[in-house]
Every structure is written in C-alpha cells, then in structure tokens.
Design a protein around this ligand. Structure first.
Ligand code: 3PG
Length: 209
C-alpha cells in the first residue's frame, strides 16, 4: 500500500517545516511559500496557535498543508478537522497511524533505525521521515538504511539546509527533503516574507531535476 505522500509533494521535492509563533503570520507565510514555488508545507503542532495557523494556511488554497509533530490520535483528528491533508510525526506511533487510517490522510512517521523502518513497512507505509537526519549520520546513514529495503522512500528532515539538501536528493530513495531553513521562527518574527520567498524559490529550483 502506498502512503500517498508522493502526491503531497506534487513534483516539488522540498517540504518547508513551519513552527508558527503567531497565527497572524500564517496568511502572508502561505503566500510567500506558494510564491516561492512550494507545493506543500508542514505546520508543527508546537505553538499555542498552531491549529489556527494550520487552518489559515490550508484555507489559502495554494499549498497542500499538513500537520507536524503529531504525537496522539486526538491531535490527528483535530489537525484533519483544521484542514491537514497529511500527518508527520517525529517517531512511529501505532495510535497516530490508526487515526490517520481512520481519517484517510497519509501518515509520515519518523524513523531512525531499521527496526522502526520495518514497523512502518509492516503497517503498510512506503514513505517515512528519516529523523533527525543530520544528527544520525546524514546521507550515508540514509543509504545504509535504504539498502535492505528497496521499496522504502524517505523524506529526510532534521538539521538540513540549503547547503545539505543536494546530498540527500541525490539518493534515489529520497522523495523530498524537509526543513525549517526556508521559513524560520526568526524570519516570521521579523516578518521577513521576502527572504522566505527567496529561500523557498532557491530550494525549489535546486530540488527540481
Ligand atoms: C521537524 O520537526 O521535522 C524538525 O524540527 C525540522 O528540522 P529542522 O528544524 O532541523 O529543519
């Protein structure tokens, strides 16, 4: 069974990961990401206003918006009700996977070991988040993990920026890279949407073959 996540990336091989400090920034943020060529975005449920930010960004219409840092089944339900069209977790949790199946949204669990990858594949998924990608050894670790599992596809995330993305995208098992470097909390606090758009456009251009 496919996890359905390839359709979320919609040809662009990057996924901005957003921690939105103030939901009032969500609309101009969605605008800047879409103008930069992003096709999707992950809103992490790490701030009090994250659900509202997700709702606003989903309503923008120019991006496929998902929820990140999803830890419980209840969070899946709330995120999907707010407009999330995919669900990303830092790890693999059966309750989260079950809630995603129930809600019919693609789940992208985080994995960092072969054992976790086997659990994800057994759950019927084909695409996982490799997390935290840079800290666990980067593209070399990814290739070593991918070897025994030729059907597995990866979205490496964690510590990746413009200078590191190419090394991951060169691996045929990588469907896209995720990261916060295109739109950081600092950019959002400064209201620097020009820079968000520029960094997004740069990443999109580099990720397109
Ligand atoms: C995540 O939630 O996937 C990570 O926090 C994003 O990682 P980064 O901030 O190191 O890009």
């Amino acid at each position: 069974m496919s996890s359905g996540f390839a359709a979320v990336l919609a040809g662009a091989r990057i996924m901005p990961v957003l921690t939105v400090p103030d939901p009032a920034t969500a609309a101009p943020l969605a605008e800047a990401l879409a103008a930069g060529g992003a096709r999707c975005a992950e809103v992490t449920l790490r701030t009090p206003g994250a659900e509202q930010a997700l709702r606003t960004m989903a309503a923008h219409g120019g991006l496929i918006v998902g929820a990140g840092t999803v830890l419980t089944g209840e969070q899946v339900e709330r995120a999907v009700a707010a407009g999330a069209r995919f669900v990303v977790s830092p790890g693999l949790d059966e309750e989260v996977l079950a809630a995603c199946r129930e809600a019919r949204v693609p789940a992208v669990p985080g994995i960092a070991t072969a054992t976790e990858l086997m659990r994800a594949l057994r759950a019927g998924l084909d695409t996982v988040k490799l997390f935290p990608a840079e800290a666990i050894g980067g593209p070399r670790t990814l290739r070593a993990l991918a070897g025994p599992f030729p059907g597995a596809r990866f979205v490496p995330t964690g510590g990746i920026d413009a200078s590191r993305m190419d090394a991951y995208l060169a691996d045929p098992a990588v469907v896209g890279v995720g990261g916060s470097w295109m739109a950081t909390t600092a950019h959002l606090e400064r209201g620097d949407y020009t820079e968000i758009r520029r960094l997004t456009a740069e990443a999109v251009a580099r990720s397109t073959p």
